[in-house]
Structures are given as C-alpha cells and as structure tokens.
Design a protein around this ligand. Sequence first.
Ligand SMILES: Nc1ncnc2c1ncn2[C@@H]1O[C@H](COP(=O)(O)OP(=O)(O)O)[C@@H](O)[C@H]1O
Ligand SMILES: [Mg+2]
Length: 313
Amino acid sequence: MIEVKNLTKHYGNQRGIKDVSFAVEKGEILGFLGPNGAGKTTTMRILTCFMPATSGMAKVAGYDVFEDSMEVRRRIGYLPETVPLYTDVSPPVYLRFVAGLKGIPGKEVKKKVAEVMDDVGLNEVSHKLIGELSKGYRQRVGLAQALLHDPEVLILDEPTIGLDPRQIKDIRNLIKGLAGKRTVILSTHILPEVNMTCKRVVIINEGRIVAEDTPEDLTQKLQRSTKFELRILGAGQNEIQDGLQKIKPIKKITYLKGEEKDHLFLVDIKENSPEIFREIPALVSQNQWGLREMKPTGMSLEDIFIQLVTEEK
Ligand SMILES: Nc1ncnc2c1ncn2[C@@H]1O[C@H](COP(=O)(O)OP(=O)(O)O)[C@@H](O)[C@H]1O
Ligand SMILES: [Mg+2]
C-alpha cells in the first residue's frame, strides 16, 4: 500500500532524511519510531504531498506522491504534528469547512461530519468552541479531519504528544479501533506507544533507518545484556564455542575472527551474572586453553539508540 525507496530530503545543506526505504502492507499499522529531529515529520510530509523529496521515490496505493499527488491526497488522511485548527468555531463547523476543502459533495457533508464526530467521540463537546477544548479533545478534532473523506491510509504524526496519561490512553485506543481496514503509519519517539498499537516498527535515527522489527523482538532486545570480547587460545573455534555454550548466563556467542588456535568471540551475557568471571576462566583452565583477553565492550550505536527512544517520561 505504501512504498518508500531511497527517499532523501535536504533542507539547504541541512540533513532532513537520507536514503529512507520501507514498505507498509495494506491493513498494517506501522510504528515509525525515532527521537526528536530523526526525520519522522519530514518523511510524513513527503508521503502526504506537503513537500517534495530531494530524491528517491514514494508511492501510495500505486500512485507516486510527486507525479500523482491528487490521487495520493484523496487516499490519505493526515494528522500533522500541530493541527491547524480554527479556535473560534465549534468542531462541527470546523469539520464542515474541512469537508468543503476536501471536495466532499455538499449533500453528504452533514452525514459525514456526524459520522466522524461519532467515531472519535466528539459529540459531548459539539457545541463548544475549539479554543475551549482540552488538548485531548483538540487531538480528536484533528483525527476527525483526517478521517473525514474516509481515506484508506492514515498518517499520524506523534498523535499523543503533549497529552496527559488518560488522554494518551483514550487516543491510543481510538487509533487501534480506527485502524481496522485502514493502513496506518504512526510516528512516535517512545517505544511503549508502538508496543500498544503497532504490529511492526521502523526505527529512524539521524535521518536514516536503523532497524525494522516487531515490537516483541524490540522489547526482547531491550532486556539488557552485557557484551564481552573473549580471546581464547589453544583449541579450535568449534571446541571453544561448544564449551562456552554450556555456561548458563551466556545468551549469545558471535565469532568475530581468529586463526587456527587463537579466536575472538563476542558473548552476550545476562545482566548481573558475576558468576561468569569464575565460570569462564574455569572452563578455560579445565581444557588447558589460554585466556588472552576478557573485556567488556561498549554498547552498539543501536543499543544506545534503542535505550534513548524507550524512556517514557
Ligand atoms: N523546515 C526545515 N528547515 C530546515 N531544517 C529542517 C526543517 N524541518 C526539519 N528540519 C531538520 O530535519 C531534520 C529532521 O526533522 P524532522 O523531520 O522534523 O524530525 P522529527 O519529526 O523526527 O522530529 C532535523 O535535523 C531538523 O532540524
Ligand atoms: Mg516531528
């Protein structure tokens, strides 16, 4: 349904996004996760035909966002980071105005507005002015305008930012309910958000895609491990690896490099397992190998990044 290939955007000589590629299947809810300044809004603005890319390609339902922007707009509902709302009218008046802009035929407007007001739960504030509404209700008005023309695709840019915890819960449930037959991209800078709403996550950092995963696997990776480089002498790679595998706190062994009887491994060890400092040397001495090095390594960029985007304040 959505296809993005090598999308690049420069703002003057500033990086916007670089070589961004991903795809979203019909009916899927994709989480677009990254810290502030990562390039989420830039990507979404290109997808919604708000601005052109510098290079690369993006298609929605087979239509190119640049060549066929009218066809794309017809199929997309967009909730921008800050919704341009008129504060001195009531939600139905605003929505009728937006319906006009979207080219919804006059005789359908009233029915459509009533439907979306119902869908997003705006009826109880229908007579208030938008300026009087809480941030949570304003966000519902934003969602309502995105849904008005019944689009196949929904692009939601940080839909829960600035809301209080109860409003966040309400909006998340609302989004889940709205998804159904629609294809949704939802951007966020917090991991728990994608856990609750999305089937798949694309992670962007400093303008580039750094990972793509299911929320479950991401969470798994977050169960922090400690990494050590181990350099062991005196036996073949397989023999050493077999021995290491029997040490319980070692979760994963990666072979980095080596020669015939001199091997470098990277081992992931469960957090808080001081016994490895006894068990690894014991294994080495039992087999009359030599322990040349055992040193902790720093976290990879990706580890650091995943931690960065996980912290929900
Ligand atoms: N209008 C603009 N002019 C210049 N630089 C911009 C503009 N919009 C975004 N950027 C830059 O592009 C990068 C990505 O920004 P953005 O897409 O807004 O990230 P995110 O939505 O993930 O926070 C940032 O470095 C930002 O400073
Ligand atoms: Mg943004």
